[in-house]
Design a protein around this ligand. Structure first.
Ligand SMILES: *Cc1c(COP(=O)(O)O)cnc(C)c1O
Length: 460
């Protein structure tokens, strides 16, 4: 890399680890719509939410005014084990693409959970412990969130009960064993241990489960077990708040090397990594201090931003969680089996949904086989085997870099590399064997799913 005056990796010092999380809602003129209690049709009160979530997290969830939240010392100490994470200049990928664009990525895969999800897991476990709780419940689809939460609970001495979507439980035994190694109990969902699980099993015998169904089981267990609360790894405002550490570090690292990104790209499942990566940049944009193009990338098989509707919807199949106003393709929509399990949620963070609705960000959808072609090119040039979810962002970053080549533009591109894909080798196998499918839902399928949206959407 002679003649390259910008280092391959830019690290912050441990002492430069951000002291506060940043709450982008504080700078939004028009705020994201509130969560609605399905029982009353009114915005959820802190009291109602406190039966489901830890008290401190309820405060964070509802607060759309305070810009900065101090990160408690014990959480910062935990972050030190794997943060600050590097900002990496993808010199070799740029060379392979023959592009004048400068590509950077923020790498979040440097911990055993293999993804950014640990950033929020440790915060949520900390607040549960501080409240004197015995344990937490959650769901996991592909397994990254369950792994991250198991690690955080082991650290703080909390019991961790994970409902794992049955097909993943069976197909990803290694993920399951990582969670058990960290002391979590893992139950395949739908299970016979909850009312909602028994109901779903009765109505759909032999079902292999869904994320929405596992959420319902985890929430039911939390509210019916003394000393337990439910925690969620994406979608919620509190999760985006914790994930802002990614963007704050990225911005500080860019300042260090005197660079400013033009385009910021992230994959979007429930929106937590993207919301965290863009937070401080979006803040500058909202305050009129700087401008950036911000691009969300979603799978063509589960296109909430690009083909969904902005409306109130349920977050779970069991319909026991609060309603959120978001871009959604419907809580009953069952996306075709895809290898990016972390991007199969039907909805999207309400904060990102509002920003997208205000046209402060863009969205694209990409096909699975194109995603794995990008993943393979990245693995061969940059030396990291990316998670299928992260590879959606890689696809879009490569497409932007190729556009820059065609237009002869030297733009600076930043994307979030959310994790590694070592537990996803059956996906890579399908790609390598040429058996990967690219199912994209038809307009009729999406229309049928959207027809079932709850009526509260009409009033808002
Ligand atoms: C869960 C996950 C995602 C998607 O979740 P978001 O909340 O949208 O960030 C992306 N990448 C990886 C590696 C994940 O584990």
């Amino acid at each position: 890399m002679s003649g390259r005056n910008i280092p391959y990796k830019t690290y912050l010092e441990e002492s430069e680890l951000p002291e506060c999380w940043y709450n982008v809602r504080a700078d939004m003129q028009k705020k994201p719509a509130p969560l609605i209690d399905p029982a009353t049709g009114a915005p959820c009160s802190a009291e109602a939410l406190s039966h489901v979530f830890c008290d401190e997290l309820v405060q964070q969830e509802l607060d759309d005014k305070t810009p900065l939240f101090k990160i408690p010392k014990q959480i910062r100490d935990f972050y030190r084990m794997f943060r600050p994470s590097p900002l990496i200049r993808a010199y070799f990928l740029e060379e392979a693409l023959g592009t004048p664009a400068k590509i950077y990525y923020k790498f979040e895969g440097n911990n055993t959970s293999g993804s950014h999800k640990l950033n929020s897991a440790v915060a949520q476990a900390y607040y549960a412990k501080a409240q004197g709780l015995k344990g937490v419940t959650t769901e996991t689809g592909a397994g990254q969130w369950g792994t991250a939460l198991s690690m955080a609970c082991a650290f703080f001495g909390l019991d961790c009960r994970v409902f794992m979507v049955k097909c993943s439980y069976e197909q990803k035994p290694f993920r399951r064993e990582v969670m058990r190694t960290y002391g979590a109990s893992v139950t395949p969902s739908p299970s016979e241990t909850t009312e909602v699980g028994r109901l779903i099993n009765r109505e759909h015998p032999g079902t292999t489960g869904s994320l929405g169904c596992a959420i319902s089981e985890a929430v039911e267990t939390a509210v019916s077990t003394p000393g337990y609360r439910y925690v969620l790894g994406s979608v919620l405002n509190q999760v985006l708040l914790h994930q802002s550490i990614i963007g704050l570090e990225a911005r500080a690292a860019f300042k260090k090397i005197g660079v400013k990104p033009d385009v910021i790209i992230g994959c979007a499942g429930g929106g937590s990594n993207l919301g965290g990566l863009i937070a401080p940049f979006m803040g500058e944009k909202l305050r009129g201090e700087a401008d950036y193009r911000i691009v969300a990338v979603e799978p063509a098989s589960c296109p909430s931003f690009t083909r969904g509707k902005y409306a109130y919807d349920y977050c779970d199949t069991g319909r026991i969680c609060p309603l959120a106003k978001m871009y959604t393709i419907g809580a009953d929509f069952i996306p075709s089996p895809s290898h990016a399990g972390g991007l199969r949620f039907h909805g999207m963070s309400s904060t990102l949904s509002e920003l997208y609705d205000q046209k402060l960000m863009e969205a694209v959808s990409v096909k699975q086989s194109d995603v794995f072609a990008a993943a393979t090119q990245f693995a061969r040039t940059e030396g990291i085997l990316p998670a299928p979810e992260s590879s959606h962002a890689i696809r879009a970053a490569i497409d932007e870099a190729l556009r820059c080549r065609a237009e002869g533009r030297e733009e600076t591109i930043l994307f979030g590399l959310t994790g590694t894909g070592y537990f996803d080798m059956t996906a890579y196998q399908a790609f390598n064997d040429g058996t990967m499918s690219d199912y994209i839902p038809t307009d009729d399928e999406i229309k049928a799913s959207l027809a079932k949206l709850p009526a509260v959407g009409e009033k808002c």
